[in-house]
Design a binder for this molecule. Sequence first.
Ligand code: F6P
Length: 547
Amino acid sequence: MSLKSINPTQTKSWKKLRNHFNEIKDVHMKDLFKEDSDRGIDFSIKWEDFYVDYSKNRITQETLNLLIELANEIDLKDAMSKYFRGDVINKTEQRAVLHTALRSTEDDEVFVRGKNIIPEVFSVKNKIETFTNNVINGTLKGSTGKSFTHVVNIGIGGSDLGPAMVVDALQYYKNHLTTYFVSNVDGDHVSEVIKKLDPETTLFVIVSKTFTTQETLSNANTIRQWFLKSANKEAIAKHFVAVSTNTEKVKEFGIEEENIFPMWSWVGGRFSLWSAVGLTISLAVGYNNFDLLLKGAHKMDQHFKNEKFKSNIPVVLALISVWYNNFFDAETEALIPYSQYLNQFANYLQQGIMESNGKGNDRSGSPINYQTGTIIWGGPGTNAQHAFFQLIHQGTKLIPADFIGFVKSLHGNKDHQNKLVSNYLAQTEALLNGKTEKEVLKELKSKRLAEPEINTLLPFKVFTGNKPTNSIFINKLTPESLGKLIALYEHKIFVQGIVWNIFSYDQSGVELGKQLASTILDEINNKASHSHDSSTENLLKHYRQEG
Ligand code: F6P
């Protein structure tokens, strides 16, 4: 069954939220904290090793109740059961959306077109496990009898960002294999990686769901040509494996059938790291850790599926984000992990969130007259504090931010960890409270500045505060907790897509540029001529003359 189409702005709860917004839009969070001394507890959720504090938001209990009323009115429960049981909720592509099935348990049953897909999922997991073990322990060797030392993941978008982010995030758990990621069609990218490789000891993992993506095939072909300079064609079978749904195309490339790791049309690219797309993760940190990542995600799936909305982490965070996006007109959201390991987390979620919810037509096909997908950006603290935080603190835009922190560090340097956590907590406190004129005056006077100087400086030193943040405090960065964290955001994406009445699992918007690029490439390669606007025309002319 497909998803219902309900315009959220036509619901009773939306109208109530609009009235409620007018009443509380100017309320300062500081006052909300004064009114309720337990606010920090009342607006937080403890679950497993997660402590999610969402009290530093411009919300009251009434806001939360109304947002939940909205979730009920648009029938989120019904949509969730369709999502988990494999209904065709990706209607424009006629597909189920079942990344959750990839991390389910072996005794689960999930049916796609009448067939239980779980046995197939586990057979591919077994194949990943055996292959991973053989590469890591050196049983599997390259064409000249040497064990592998390097793994190169060739893919782009969902076939790159997820594995690259997770391998980086879990580098503490890494084994001896060195991993590289080649994604951009920029030839300098692949050339720089090739410089570091020894063909005798490198394994190439070509990841492409469709196996038609220009960037991935160009990079794979370039690498193959380089490889064949020092090896014969038979050696390809020992050094190249592929992850794809398109077996025919993979075989055409010269990869043996046994070296193909299948995936399925019901796994969206940006949600695919749990499938064989995560092969490089498994190789880098070992199959057990890969499996723990999946187990963590499965726990979050269960929480999302079974927990009542009020204490359901993905639901609460999704609804609060809707509150800012649609009532406060906030356009962006920042993701600030206080961990260098999560350096690539915002990058990764940019695809997850913006490719999913960057849609302007509702589920009936009509143009939408309210805001949908938020713009996602961010970077790790404390670095980010010295880069873009100024604008969050004193700029003119409202930027809700998620602060992700870990109680324990992995290497156990307590001095650094105390400093890191102090900064993590201090920033959300500063964003909440700001600094009043009275406080600034006191501070400037204590510096014994002259009165005219104080008066000049005063307005620039005042911070309004009232800037919303969520704090996601996790005990420790482990494969399992990372799996939970990623799954949390996947479900947040789902909830928001349901509220906004859009289809979150297609991506037609990225196709137009691809089509036009192929027309322009034809002109560059074959001197063909097509008509363009005068800007594109002249840029092309410039490239031809100077290139
Ligand atoms: O450009 C969009 C996209 O289709 C993404 O959704 C996808 O993750 C990426 O391209 C790569 O696709 P593929 O895995 O088929 O090469």
